[in-house]
Each structure stands twice: as structure tokens, then as C-alpha cells.
Design a protein around this ligand. Structure first.
Ligand SMILES: C[C@H](O)[C@H](O)[C@@H](O)[C@@H](O)C(=O)O
Ligand SMILES: [Mg+2]
Length: 392
């Protein structure tokens, strides 16, 4: 096995892994409730407060024989700095098979300033690129290295403002962004329920409908929303409150009507963060993002812990990086697909334009065989402008 020779970090703008980095008029930036919605000037657009400030981080790891593994995640220039100036030292000269020791050294060497968020995004990007390199060197897809498929195909729910379009395209459910938060009072809550009722009318009684609340609510508002939405058949209420408020999630989970699920986790990181969510009984489904929670090496630990707690793991939408994981885990029965078309009125690749060969669900499903290519099975689109802000 050739050793690792170079680690390089690049930044890219425009869609892709930082999927909130979109042009004007996109559903994903249209009056979606957030913790910043309490400030009217930041209520219409999440980009106005900087949701896309980081941009995409591209990590490349080149082995002595010239083989290059890569991955993309959210992180931009600050993440590139951490990769080049701090993390690269734990990889160069090492075997790509040492992903456990490499992860341990990346995490504990940055623990004094990291632990969650940007730093763990950077660690995740390196870890994903390492698994991609390992797959290319071994000429096998990542999901084979994770134990192989436990089912013939993936099934997906879709996230976007048009669950009716998701149903037409064969998805098993539609997760809607919540448009109004507590700052818009009862009027806003009624608008949320009216939107849900409108979609229920369009999709019929059995199609899954969920709200994604993107950390925007408090326990009282989330409870009132859940009680009203239960009448309209809401399947789960997602990330309703601050990721730091474990106590609030535990209360919300006690408050919601029987049969409604509480989900969260996309902004949580590491086995320790998810242990807290599970041991405090905060949610029914955890939703780590493999590009933000610590990478595949850490998601393996998180998933096993969840399995022991009888919890489902439905990773936050992260394209091939979650598909190769979900297909190998019994407690990951379905996956998320983010509808990145501006409407969204059609199904387009999630991390477009950054990944060449990115598989897209057909009729809401993806056969395991669609993942049968070395590593994560995609190539980096080198026609897009990549910038290497730092070297080492
Ligand atoms: C739709 C939500 O507001 C986020 O933009 C979404 O990316 C994330 O929360 C998700 O679960 O997909
Ligand atoms: Mg979400």
C-alpha cells in the first residue's frame, strides 16, 4: 500500500457541498425560519446573515503512486487553513490504512479549539478523502469496505419546498422548510399549518410530510406547532430548537403527540455529542451529516451507539458520502435527498456542479449497484474554479 505523499485543501464557491451557496430565487433561501429570524432584517434570506459564508472545502490526498482521493464538505478558507497548517502533518508519510490513528490524532490535536462545527467539518473532509483514496487503491467502493449492502437499494425522502413534486418523483416523503418562527407569532404559526395543510391536500393522507425547523424555535412554540401539525399528519418535527439545548429536546420529545417523531443531529458532532442526544432521550431519529460529524470513521461509532440504543440513523443529506454508509446499516432504513433545483420542480444532482458521476435517485430509489465504483465513485469537476489559499 503506497504511503500518503500530499494533502491539499481547496475552496470552491457556488452550490456543491455548501449547498446553501445558491443564486437568487432558490427555495432554500426563501424566508426560512432560523434563530436569526428574530431580527427582521435577517428574516427573508439566510444568505443575508451568512449561511453560505464558508463555501465548499475540497480535500485532496495523493499517494506515492499518484492515486488521488478527494472529498467535498462545507468549510471554505478557514477549513482549508486547518487542513493545511494542522491536520496534514498526521497524514503525510503514513499509510492510508491507518484511518483510526489518523482520526484520533486529528481530533485530539484540535480538541482545544475544535470538538464541533468548522474544525470537525475539516476533519470530516480529510477522513472522507482518505476513505475515497483507500477505495481507489483497493479498487473497491467505500460501501464494500463498510461491510457491504444490507439491502438491494436505497430509498429516499426528499427535502424541499415542494413535497408534491417529491411524491410525483417517487420519493417516500417530503420534508418542508418551516417558513415562520416565534417572532412572527400566532399569525406565523397559522401560516405554517396552512402550508402543511395545502401540501397534505396535494399529496394525500399517507405520504410522509415533515417540517425542518432549522434550530429556529423554542420548546413552547415547537410544542404548539407539533400539536397543530399532528392534525395534518406531520410525521416528524426536525431540529426544532438549538442543538445545545439537550434539555429542551428531551422536554419536546415528552410534549409531542404520540406517533410524531422528534429528529435532530445535523449540527451535532462526534460520538460524544450523539451519546448526549441519546442518553438524554432527545429524539427518535439522529441525523448526523457525515461531512460535519467527523467523517465515516466517526459515523461508524455513532451508528453503532445508536443501534445499541435502538435509534435510527438517517444521515443529513450529503450525497454519495451518506449513500455509501446508509446502504450498509440496518438502522438506516432510508436516506435524505436534498432537492437542489431552485423550484424545486425537478430532480438534479445534490452536489452539482462539483461531482462528476454523482448518482441521482430514480423514482426515489437508488440501486446498490449504482455505487459500484472505487471509493465514493465520483470524480471532482476540475472545470470549476478551485482556489488553494494555503500551503504547508
Ligand atoms: C431545508 C433546511 O432549512 C436546510 O436547508 C436543510 O439543508 C437541512 O436542515 C436538511 O435537513 O436538509
Ligand atoms: Mg435539517
Amino acid at each position: 500500500m503506497p504511503k500518503i505523499k500530499y494533502v491539499r485543501a481547496f475552496t470552491v464557491r457556488g452550490g456543491g457541498a455548501d449547498y446553501h451557496d445558491q443564486g437568487d430565487g432558490h427555495w432554500i433561501d426563501n424566508h426560512i425560519a432560523t434563530p436569526m429570524s428574530r431580527y427582521p432584517e435577517y428574516r427573508q434570506s439566510r444568505q443575508s446573515f451568512g449561511i453560505n459564508v464558508l463555501g465548499t472545502l475540497v480535500v485532496e490526498i495523493e499517494a506515492e503512486d499518484g492515486t488521488i482521493g478527494f472529498a467535498v464538505t462545507t468549510g471554505g478558507e478557514p477549513a482549508a487553513y486547518i487542513v493545511e497548517k494542522h491536520l496534514a502533518r498526521f497524514l503525510e508519510g503514513r499509510s492510508p490504512t491507518e484511518y483510526e490513528k489518523i482520526w484520533d490524532q486529528m481530533y485530539f490535536s484540535t480538541q482545544y479549539y475544535g470538538r464541533k462545527g468548522l474544525v470537525v467539518n475539516a476533519i470530516s473532509g480529510v477522513d472522507l478523502a482518505l476513505w475515497d483514496l483507500l477505495g481507489r487503491l483497493r479498487q473497491e467502493p467505500v460501501y464494500h469496505m463498510l461491510g457491504g449492502a444490507v439491502r438491494d437499494e436505497l430509498q429516499f425522502y426528499a427535502t424541499g419546498a415542494r413535497p408534491d413534486v417529491a411524491k410525483e418523483n417517487g420519493f417516500i416523503g417530503g420534508k418542508m422548510p418551516l417558513h415562520h418562527g416565534p417572532a412572527e407569532g400566532l399569525e406565523g404559526l397559522h401560516k405554517n399549518i396552512a402550508e402543511l395543510a395545502e401540501m397534505r391536500e396535494r399529496v394525500g393522507p399517507d405520504f410522509w410530510l415533515m417540517f425542518d425547523c432549522w434550530m429556529a424555535l423554542d420548546v413552547d412554540y415547537a410544542t404548539r406547532l407539533a400539536l397543530a401539525a399532528h392534525e395534518v399528519g406531520l410525521k416528524w418535527i426536525e431540529e426544532a430548537i438549538s442543538p445545545d439545548d439537550y434539555w429542551g429536546y428531551a422536554q419536546l420529545k415528552r410534549n409531542v403527540p404520540k406517533g410524531m417523531l422528534v429528529t435532530t443531529g445535523e449540527h451535532e458532532a462526534t460520538r460524544w455529542g450523539f451519546r448526549m442526544l441519546m442518553e438524554m432521550d432527545c429524539c427518535d431519529i439522529i441525523q448526523p451529516d457525515v461531512g460535519w460529524c467527523g467523517g465515516v470513521t466517526e459515523l461508524l461509532k455513532i451508528s453503532a451507539l445508536a443501534d445499541a440504543h435502538g435509534k435510527m440513523v438517517v444521515p443529513h443529506g450529503s450525497s454519495v458520502y451518506s449513500y455509501h454508509f446508509v446502504i450498509t446499516r440496518h438502522n438506516s432504513p432510508f436516506a435524505e435527498f436534498l432537492m437542489m433545483h431552485p423550484g424545486p420542480t425537478k430532480v438534479v444532482p445534490m452536489f452539482h456542479p462539483q461531482l462528476i458521476g454523482e448518482p441521482v435517485p430514480q423514482n426515489g430509489r437508488l440501486k446498490a449497484s449504482a455505487l459500484d465504483a472505487p471509493g465514493f465513485g465520483v470524480e471532482l469537476n476540475r472545470d470549476i474554479a478551485m482556489h488553494r489559499p494555503y500551503t504547508h
